[in-house]
Every structure is written in C-alpha cells, then in structure tokens.
Design a binder for this molecule. Structure first.
Ligand SMILES: [Zn+2]
Length: 218
C-alpha cells in the first residue's frame, strides 16, 4: 500500500477525532497511526485537549446552572424589591405627601367666637393637617398689626377631591381655634415659612403677604 504523507494524515486528524470521516478514511488513518509514532502523538494530544471527563461535564453544567439560577433569584428579588419600593413611594405619596389646599372662598372662613378668640372653618370633605401661626407683629402700610397665618394641607388619600380613607361626607365644617388670637388684627390664608424671613432672610414680610389671601380682619 502506498505510503501516505504524515501531513495529509494530520490534516485529516481533526475530522477523524470528531468522527466525521468515511469508513475508508478511518481505516486509512487507523493503519497509519499504528505505524507512525509522530502522528500517533499528534492524535493523542488532540484527543487529550478535546476529552472532557463525564464528571467534569456534570460539574461544569451544574456550575453554569447554579450561576444562572442565582442570577434568576437576584433578578426576581430585585424586581420584588423594586415593586416594594415603588409601592412604598406611592404609599408615601398618597398618605404622607401633604400639599397646601389652595384658597377657595367657599372652603374657608374665620369667625370670632364668643370668648373673643378666632376660629377658622374648613368646609371641605377632609384635610390632612392645619398649620396656624401665633400672631406676628408686622408693619403694613406704616401701621403695626398682629397678623395670623393659617393653611390647611391635604394628601391624595385625604383630600376634599379624593376621599379614599374617610368615605363619610362631611356635613359640618371643621373648626380650628387660632392660637392666641384675641389680639389678632388680620388673618391671612396661605403657606408660610417664618424661617425664611427670620433666620435665612430669604424673604421679607411684604413678600410673604403678597402671595397670601386676607380672609379676616378686625
Ligand atoms: Zn505519520
């Protein structure tokens, strides 16, 4: 039989190792390997690198599987956490985010009580909170006046427009006494932050009064 060149055998070897050669080629390579130590060595090296023991295959598969599994768990917990955070944000927004109820003539009034103190009335369905100031001495048009400020807040859950928590209809007005109000000359409605005037000096009394609504005066 004609001697086949080693280079040809080695060219075929990868296909032979993969088992994709014809029976004739396989016989030919077999015969050559039995007689040629050089090609045999090549063949051994090739099979050594390709050979993965069954146990190792399983371990590798498990590793991949576990990693994938862990990733999946992380993904699931992340989405659960995200949902929880989102719900918490919505919850906080609905129940805790308070904003000032804008002034409407039909919603608010101030009336003097029999004892001389002032009370503010709110005719909306519900509110979240009331912020009322003690009388502040403010010079208005050259005259010093005792001025009280008041405003009501609402949350989405607890507001005149969307009453999710308290479904009952408010038939009587809410009445809130204004603190220290016997000497009060005027009551203004609107959000205020005295810190901006007294401490940080960001605002003057005039600027504060500009955005407020006068709802009662002596
Ligand atoms: Zn050879």
């Amino acid at each position: 039989m004609k001697e086949i060149k080693c280079t040809i055998i080695q060219d075929i070897l990868p296909l032979y190792v993969d088992g994709v050669v014809s029976e004739d080629t396989k016989d030919m390579v077999n015969k050559h390997l039995q007689t040629c130590p050089a090609c045999q060595k090549e063949y051994e090296q090739m099979t050594q690198t390709l050979y993965v023991p069954v146990e190792n295959k399983v371990t590798l598969f498990n590793k991949i599987n576990k990693r994938w599994y862990r990733k999946k768990i992380i993904l699931i917990s992340t989405s659960v956490l995200t949902t929880a955070l989102l719900l918490l944000a919505v919850f906080s927004y609905v129940f805790h985010y308070e904003k000032t109820i804008p002034y409407e003539k039909k919603l608010f009034s101030v009336e003097q009580q029999e004892d001389g103190t002032l009370a503010t009335y709110y005719y909306g369905k519900s509110y979240a909170g009331v912020v009322a100031s003690h009388p502040m001495s403010i010079e208005i048009d050259g005259v010093t006046k005792n001025v009280s400020f008041v405003y009501f807040t609402e949350t989405i859950a607890d507001s005149p427009r969307r009453n999710l928590i308290n479904g009952e209809k408010q038939t009587e007005a809410y009445q809130i006494s204004l603190p220290d109000s016997r000497s009060v000359d005027a009551v203004y409605y609107g959000e205020f932050d005295f810190e901006k005037i007294v401490i940080t000096k960001e605002q003057t009394w005039e600027e504060l009064l500009q955005g407020k609504t006068l709802i009662w005066k002596k």
